[in-house]
Design a protein. Sequence first.
Length: 319
Amino acid sequence: MKKLIILPLLLITFMSNSQEMKNNELLNPSYTGPIMSDPLLEDALVGSFRDDDKAGTAKEPVDYVNTYIGSIAPLLQTTKPYVQLPHGVMAVSPETDPAKVYDKYMATRIQGFSMAGFLIMASTGSVQTDPAKFASLFDHDIEIATPYYHAVKLETYNINAEYTVARHAAHYRFDFPAGESAHLLIASRNPGTLEVAGPATVTGYDEFGGTPFYFHAEFSKPFAAFSTWNNTEITPGVKQQSGARIGFAADYTVERSTRIEVRVGVSYISVEQARANLRSEIPDWNFDHIMSAAREEWNNALGRIYISGGTEEERTIFY
């Protein structure tokens, strides 16, 4: 049996962002996809988990990737379990609470999921403006973490959350329980602006280190009502906010189990470019298609190096 040589920096190399990516975004104004929601999720999130270890199923390179490797380091800066294409601009991960805990894997609550410089989060009950207050408990036993797809149960709200990515865009979907007052929240993490640009559209940007990062978000269902906030002041129906602690809440009345999806394009150039990126890369609501394409791209990238031998653990460390 051949001895396996471990190269642990392979994944980090593929996921690094560069200034060149910021300056070479695609512009494609065409849009052909209708806005509609997918059918309801019929099975529990656990039932949809992939089982790549079952007999007769050969693992592909991406199946060995453990995105939580490096997330436990009490004395060092830890990594995050990003969903991101090789060299992709859009990178999404759970943002955990408390935010300053160095061991990301040991965190017990999710404040939201990264969306450009903002957070996106699903909740029920009353609207909260502080991420620490709308954070949800979660359990790694009810979670999938891969480079191309992430799924987790927000246990505080009994909401299933999933997301996948394209190069400059992301597709989120949230399954709400019946009989709840449902909310989708967008909260800033840096100074910026946001605007309700339509009955199911929100745009904005934040600025970190002098560089603006723009987003254009489209929701699969029009808002039943909405509000925005600045600091802790919530104002129903106000469409624009600017400041260091701003946010948006879309409100829905959920009489039966309901899936609401959000597609987001990002850009370092403008909101218009973010919208063009979204419509070029995720033109419709076919979540599974985007997820399959992301998985294939990771397999193609990781498959450039062929390995044989070694143990399961060694192959996981390699990839």
